[in-house]
Design a protein around this ligand. Structure first.
Ligand SMILES: *[C@@H]1O[C@H](CO)[C@@H](O)[C@H](O)[C@H]1NC(C)=O
Ligand SMILES: *[C@@H]1O[C@H](CO)[C@@H](O)[C@H](O)[C@H]1NC(C)=O
Ligand SMILES: *[C@@H]1O[C@H](CO)[C@@H](O)[C@H](O)[C@H]1NC(C)=O
Ligand SMILES: *[C@@H]1O[C@H](CO)[C@@H](O)[C@H](O)[C@H]1NC(C)=O
Ligand SMILES: *[C@@H]1O[C@H](CO)[C@@H](O)[C@H](O)[C@H]1NC(C)=O
Length: 438
């Protein structure tokens, strides 16, 4: 940063400070505009408004130091003993838009479990155990504008599940939500009264005295594919059977609450190979489709199964919207960042929507659900999760059963996981919303 030293220059002539400041200000303004322009262009959305432009604070006049001072942390924290006038209504699933709101830091929040206390947290999501140094990401609470979401109560959850089956179907993000749910309730169930059974695709947690089960079924595309298990690493060889769901769906019948998700597996970046109709030609008959076209066909198959099989008097059906990925730090104004690595606070810009969440895919979900005869409750977690660049497992994770090595951690551009989330963490909020709907 010797460039900033006003004493530098040929023959020791002093360049007036004010000129340097002006030039720098202009330069930074340009960069801000430029990065904003890029994020505007790369999003097909209309939700960007001019107010999404970063606020340009006036440049400092006097104080010029070679390093920017660390920003003062100003947090919207309400003292616990202060009475606050609150005109938000109690949670009503029909009325409250959980997607609009903000994250509020609350230093006295304590997660209901830790990755040590709950034996069911996968090492992949166990950030604390995996030596994540910061803990603030555990203390942000989602505050919708119009209502309050009740805190997660394990007792209430188990009473709602008495004599019932709650089943999550989907990918590893869904699995993390299932693990979160099990961990949120398991501490109130005594040893000997609970059990966990895992087969390859189907995990069942049972609470005996409640005669309740909380289950997960692995189906990353919901519909069948050749890469559910084992996973095919070569993306071009993956084939989705967009019109087949029956084989697996027989395990879902009779559940009282069905929670589905599917998104990130479709977004491999290559055109989706899809098969449908009879498979006489085997995989040769597969056709490459645009991602959203294949997604629509797959979801349509799912919707037909729900409409023809699920008894709406017995079963409540949910669909969780896409969980955002944060692999492009330029989206939030850090072109030199290393994906989500090192992020310790949520994004504050309410209009933020990154390139990891595809609006066209979202539209497919809305239109499919709208045309179903069964009522499906959409749990819209995308916007609130978009802000949480700080909540991913990042380098505090494992791959292939091995923790990242020191060298791998030192190369976050390659190794940081900015798709999955720490547990405890963001999926607990998804479950807080889900519980309010059960
Ligand atoms: C902060 O969290 C504590 C503990 O959960 C809670 O009692 C308190 O009401 C919270 N404060 C606010 C402002 O939400
Ligand atoms: C336990 O729950 C299942 C449904 O999950 C139900 O069929 C069964 O009758 C229940 N048993 C008792 C003893 O309540
Ligand atoms: C659901 O319940 C309603 C009212 O009790 C009844 O009219 C309807 O036939 C039931 N639907 C099914 C699929 O059982
Ligand atoms: C991560 O943060 C540490 C400490 O703030 C800093 O030294 C390091 O340069 C940062 N790394 C990246 C890639 O941003
Ligand atoms: C979820 O919320 C986002 C942002 O508020 C909105 O754009 C999207 O249409 C919603 N998705 C569905 C399926 O309702």
């Amino acid at each position: 940063m010797s460039f900033l030293n006003p004493n530098r220059g040929a023959g020791g002539t002093k360049i007036p400070l004010s000129i340097i400041v002006l030039v720098l200000c202009g330069f930074m303004f340009f960069i801000l505009l430029y990065t904003e322009r890029i994020s505007l262009m790369s999003s097909s959305s209309s939700s960007y408004s001019p107010s999404a432009l970063p606020k340009l604070k006036s440049c400092p006049r006097k104080d010029i130091s070679s390093k920017p001072k660390p920003k003062e942390k100003v947090r919207e924290e309400i003292p616990a003993n202060m009475e606050v006038v609150d005109d938000r209504f109690d949670f009503d699933p029909e009325e409250c838009n959980v997607a609009a709101g903000k994250w509020v830091y609350n230093s006295s929040v304590k997660p209901l479990y830790t990755d040590e206390s709950c034996p069911y947290v996968d090492r992949q999501f166990a950030c604390m155990k995996n030596e994540r140094p910061d803990t603030d990401y555990l203390r942000w609470e989602w505050q919708p504008d119009d209502c309050t979401i009740p805190r997660f109560s394990a007792k209430l959850a188990m009473n709602k599940l008495r004599g019932k089956r709650l089943l999550f179907v989907g990918d590893s993000l869904q699995r993390s939500q299932w693990e979160s749910f099990v961990c949120l309730v398991e501490s109130i169930i005594p040893e000997g009264e609970k059990s966990m059974e895992r087969s390859q695709k189907y995990f069942v947690f049972k609470a005996k005295e409640y005669n309740a089960s909380i289950e997960f079924y692995w189906a990353p595309y919901i519909v069948e594919s050749n890469t559910d298990l084992p996973v095919i690493l070569d993306l071009k060889k993956r084939i989705v059977k967009v019109d087949s769901v029956e084989d697996r769906a027989k395990f879902w019948e009779g559940a009282d609450f069905l929670v589905f998700n599917t998104y990130v597996w479709w977004m491999s970046g290559v055109r989706m190979k899809a098969l449908w109709g009879s498979f006489e030609n085997g995989e040769k008959g597969a056709e490459a489709l645009d991602t959203h076209v294949a997604y629509r066909l797959g979801l349509k198959t799912w919707a037909n199964w729900v409409d023809s099989t699920v008894d709406p008097n017995k079963t409540k059906v949910f669909f969780t919207t896409m969980s955002p990925t944060h692999s492009r730090s330029a989206d939030w104004g850090k072109p030199d960042g290393a994906k989500c690595f090192n992020e310790t606070e949520p994004i504050k810009d309410r209009n933020f929507w990154g390139t990891g969440s595809n609006k066209e895919m979202m539209k497919v979900v809305s239109s499919i659900v709208k045309h179903m005869t069964t009522h499906v409750t959409v749990i819209n977690i995308t916007q609130l999760s978009e802000y949480r660049i700080d909540a991913h497992t990042s380098v505090y994770t494992e791959t292939g059963g091995k923790l990242l090595t020191a060298e791998e951690r030192a190369d976050p551009m390659r190794h940081a996981d900015c798709i999955h989330w720490c547990l405890p963490g963001l999926p607990d909020t998804w479950n807080r919303i889900l519980l309010a709907h059960l």
